[in-house]
Design a protein around this ligand. Structure first.
Ligand code: AMP
Length: 393
């Protein structure tokens, strides 16, 4: 890890401002339905406290408010309440994130932990406004970024603020970089990459970056059909991006040249109507039909390849996993990965993480990324602005 972490910072007696990702899902009664983003930030918060920080000031966004001030639906108050329970100490919740009243409340507070109100109540946050970043920075002596989920965005609280304070990574970011980084840059081989999801266009850069690194590349989900079409296979009404057929050919050619085994879908779960659960397994996709999941032969083929793997990286579901009728392929592969011994299994964030959670297999994977867009961009080989901005060792 080139970047400084909280371990490299002298925290004792200092005010530490930590950018966390408390963007948790809430139900209509403001109950948190998945608190992993809060528990994920606890090690860094607890470390700062144990090192004698005089104040730990937490800041985050929640959802997509308009940016024109307070909106109840996007308040971080429910998070403050839960955080207090998890930390077993009182948390001071402030109804603003910048300004003299915030400074005064922090100065007067007896609590060690302060949570600021949603950063995105100000449009300046996403605009990476220097004045807003400076205001946030003026609350503390040291800045810690532990919000991997927003590290791919250059916002005031993830990038701008680093101009004004010593800036280091928290443990969650460190862990994400270690797992994702070593899986693709220094993996135990064979490295098998499974890619799924809806669209090829979203994953072109990812495939390009991974071809030179992988031993085998499995392509399933909606994006596989553009590849099958490029091979001359009849795909009926299955998902197709016509303008990406040439790109699919090019990627298959690249994989061939690199000696990477590229494995597509070889049997299908097909239906005549996307909205219907009425479906059947088939080796072909007749006109008027579309495929919404991988079939049993494909599952077997994928399992054979995974059986030899020492490292697996999975990004994107293999079928329309949100519906039970088309979740069998994604579930079977998730189950198989869960059963593997001595294999590093990394689940990229977003839909693949949601699928693994839906099947209750989270504890069986080596690492599940907490960042959807951020883990995708990292795996694409892009620099994440929120990480690039931190101080080097
Ligand atoms: P992404 O956000 O690109 O990872 O795509 C995830 C979405 O792809 C999920 O909502 C799946 O329902 C969808 N998906 C997966 N396989 C298929 C398929 N064969 N046809 C249509 N959509 C699919």
């Amino acid at each position: 890890m080139q970047k400084k972490t909280v371990r490299d910072a002298n925290i004792k007696g200092k005010k530490v401002i930590i950018r966390v990702d408390f963007n948790v899902p809430l139900d209509e009664n403001f109950n948190i339905t998945d608190e992993r983003r809060i528990t994920g930030a606890l090690p860094t918060i607890q470390y700062a406290l144990s090192q004698g920080a005089s104040k730990v000031i937490l800041m985050s966004h929640l959802g997509r408010p308009k940016g024109t001030g307070y909106e109840k639906d996007f308040s971080l108050l429910p998070v403050a309440k839960r955080l207090q329970e998890l930390l077993k100490e009182k948390v001071l919740f402030l109804n603003e994130c910048i300004g003299p009243a915030v400074k005064e409340a922090i100065a007067k507070s007896t609590e060690r932990v302060v949570l600021l109100e949603n950063l995105r109540f100000h449009t300046e946050e996403e605009k990476n406004d220097p004045g807003f970043a400076k205001e946030l920075a003026s609350l503390a002596d040291i800045y810690v970024n532990d919000a991997f989920g927003t590290a791919h965005r250059a916002h005031a609280s993830t990038a701008g603020i680093t101009a004004y304070l010593p800036s280091v990574a928290g443990f969650l970011i460190e862990k994400e970089l270690q797992y994702l980084g070593s899986a693709i840059n220094d993996p135990k081989r064979p490295l098998v990459i499974i890619l799924g999801g809806a669209k090829v266009s979203d994953k072109i850069q990812l495939i390009k970056n991974l071809i030179p690194k992988a031993n085998s590349l499995i392509i399933g989900g909606g994006m596989a059909y553009t590849f099958l079409k490029a091979q001359g296979f009849n795909i009926g009404n299955s998902k197709l991006e016509k303008d990406k057929i040439d790109m699919a050919k090019e990627l298959m050619e690249q994989a061939k040249k690199a000696g990477v085994e590229l494995v597509l879908t070889s049997d299908f779960v097909i239906t005549q109507d996307f909205a219907s659960d009425d479906c059947k397994v088939s080796d072909v996709i007749p006109d008027g039909w579309q495929s919404l999941d991988i079939g049993p032969k494909t599952i077997k083929r994928y399992e054979q390849i995974l059986n030899n793997a020492k490292t697996v990286v999975w990004n994107g579901p293999l079928g329309v996993f949100e519906r039970d009728a088309y979740a069998k392929g994604t579930r079977a592969i998730a189950d198989y990965l869960a059963s593997l011994k001595d294999v590093t299994v990394i689940i990229g964030g977003g839909d693949s993480a949601a699928a693994v959670a839906k099947f209750g297999l989270e504890d069986k994977m080596t690492h599940i990324s907490t960042g959807g867009g951020a883990s995708l961009e990292f795996l694409e080989g892009k620099e994440l602005p929120g990480i690039a901005a931190l101080n080097n060792k």
